[in-house]
Design a protein around this ligand. Structure first.
Ligand code: AMP
Length: 384
């Protein structure tokens, strides 16, 4: 793809999606002197609260999307479940970064897996089953244990089921029959890691330090940086992230989720063509944050240095951290205790209503090494 126009500070950036990723993007963009317009179906969104303008309309409303794009010098997205077809209407008016085709490939698990296979990136063995296909045959082909995932609209473990024994097959058939799915071999991984990679219009590539991720109930709980993995794993993960960004012709930022197997192999799990939850640590512990990097990449500016300034652990704050009784919130988390710690930075997303499993904010803990940061992070999390 040819290099697009440079959009200097003062320009207007449009963001599709008004969640916390859009909010932190808007904060980074406004710091660099840009104007930010947010497009989000729901009113009073976290990003809209810190942007110059918030447009509320459905993603399928091509006329509203076109009018929104006309007001912007470049449009990006913070959410991959934006239907990709209407986005072509945006590209007809204003540059969309990353390009529409990157979103189309990565938002559907079947297309994403096929892309990884066709481009020879290491991944777990998989089979695809169409809506009218034979799910049982697909499970037999991959073998048990496996993970059945809906092809569309999956994130944070939503729309997936682990089939660990023959006895689980029936549950999978009941839940997924009639839906297009991907069935993946279950990876008995040693750990999960992720790399946030940025690629600019001039094809410069930077990969942020690898994060080691611990999930609880399928949702990211802790990101630990530096990842406590061998140097060869670090090098392989960085190489994969860089090659993927180049091959997919990324202009912007992408989260690359990886499994590290017990024998040290690195497999690609998932790609997200946007900033990533595991990259939030970069705001407090890197020279350039992933959000500023997204601004730089899509506006044709030089990419920033990705130097890690301190070992760090990021902790997600879910609605579960509120104090609940009989399904009602009875008390807020103890913010003052957290803010009293000299090595903690707190980020709250301004969401009015906490709900179990809902991402409400995060905090980072810096320390002299990753183990110490994790120990403190667990302690502060338990005290919330
Ligand atoms: P995903 O939504 O595909 O990122 O999956 C959410 C989480 O489920 C991952 O972070 C893993 O912890 C787990 N998971 C997903 N796919 C597999 C797999 N093939 N083998 C083992 N665990 C998996």
């Amino acid at each position: 793809m040819s290099a697009g126009p440079v959009i200097p500070p003062g320009g207007t950036i449009g963001v599709l999606g008004g969640g916390q990723l859009g909010r932190m993007f808007a904060q980074a963009a406004t710091r660099l002197g840009y104007r930010v317009h947010v497009y989000e179906p729901q009113t009073d969104c976290p990003a809209g609260a810190v942007a110059h303008q918030e447009v509320n309309a459905p993603y399928e409303d091509t006329a509203a999307l076109t009018a929104f794009a006309r007001e912007c010098d470049v449009v990006t997205y913070e959410f991959e479940n934006v239907p990709s077809a209407p986005l072509q209407a945006i590209e007809a008016v204003t540059p969309l970064r990353p390009h529409w085709s990157v979103l189309a490939t990565t938002q559907n698990r079947s297309r994403e897996k096929r892309w990884l296979r066709d481009n020879k990136f290491p991944h777990a063995r998989f089979a695809e089953v169409a809506a009218d296909g034979d799910l049982a045959a697909g499970i037999r082909e991959v073998g048990v244990p496996c993970v059945v995932k809906t092809a569309d609209f999956g994130y944070d473990g939503k729309g997936q089921l682990k089939v660990m024994a023959e006895a689980d097959v029936l549950a999978a058939l009941q839940r997924f029959s009639g839906q297009p799915v991907v069935i993946e071999q279950f990876v008995d991984f040693a750990c999960e890691v992720s790399a946030v990679v940025a690629r600019s219009q001039s094809a410069a590539v930077r990969v942020f330090p690898l994060a080691e991720n611990i999930h609880t109930n399928h949702i990211l709980d802790f990101s630990i940086v530096p990842a406590r993995v061998p140097a060869e794993v670090l090098a392989q993960a960085e190489k994969l992230a860089r090659l993927i960004a180049e091959k997919i012709d990324l202009v912007g930022v992408m989260g690359v989720e990886l499994f590290v197997t017990k024998d040290g192999a690195v497999l690609v799990n998932e790609l997200a063509p946007r900033t990533h939850n595991s990259g939030h640590y970069t705001i407090d512990a890197c020279m350039t944050s992933q959000f500023e990097q997204q601004v730089r990449a899509i506006c044709g500016l030089p990419l920033g240095a990705v130097t890690l300034l301190s070992p760090v652990v990021m902790v997600n704050i879910l609605g579960d951290a509120w104090h609940w009784s009989d399904g009602k919130v009875v008390a807020e988390p103890k913010w003052a205790d957290l803010l009293a710690q000299p090595n903690v930075r707190l980020h709250l997303y301004g969401k009015a209503e906490p709900r179990p499993g809902r991402k409400m904010g995060h905090f980072t803990v810096t320390a002299r090494d990753a183990d110490m940061a994790l120990e403190l992070a667990r302690k502060y999390q338990a005290r919330l």
